[in-house]
Ligand binder design. Structure first.
Ligand code: NI
Length: 156
């Protein structure tokens, strides 16, 4: 298990557009494993490569239904609307209200570099939108409605 340092808002790497991935390599496989470890360690539901300082189009998501790895993801369909709290591991301890589609269909490459589609509603739809925004240098704070508020986590 290898944890990577999560970049915090203000780090210029979070404002850059990420590059498409053309092939699976041992280095990319390690990055994906480290991103999953880092996401679970931070108790997040998603993490995008720029958040660990790598400008490549790959995200990991787990909304409680198992890990999803998406390479070169793109949203191909959306519908509906949901408004609710959203947070980001690059802005720890804060959350803000963001409106997102309630349904998202996305196309991506899996770790086998084959093409897949995924449909998500509610939290999964929100996570897909949030993580894909990171790949184009965007944070949820650009879309937030009203002020950010502090989030307090309960201790185990
Ligand atoms: Ni984020």
């Amino acid at each position: 298990m290898a944890l990577r340092t999560i970049r915090i808002q203000g780090d210029p790497v979070l404002e850059k557009k990420c590059r498409e991935i053309t092939e699976m390599t041992p280095k990319l496989q390690t990055l994906i494993e480290d991103m999953l470890d880092t996401m679970y360690d931070a108790m997040g539901v998603g993490l995008a490569a720029p958040q660990v300082g790598i400008l490549k189009r790959v995200v990991v998501i787990d909304v409680g239904e198992g890990p999803i790895v998406m390479i070169n993801p793109e949203i191909i369909e959306t519908s509906g609307e949901q408004t609710g709290d959203e947070g980001c591991l690059s802005l720890p301890g804060k959350a803000g209200c963001v409106t997102r589609p309630n349904y998202v269909k996305a196309r991506f490459l899996g770790e086998d570099m084959q093409e897949y589609e995924i449909e998500g509603e509610e939290l999964l739809a929100r996570a897909i939108c949030h993580e894909l925004d990171h790949l184009d240098g965007h944070m949820y704070t650009e879309k937030v409605e009203g002020p950010l508020h502090e989030v307090k986590y309960e201790e185990d």
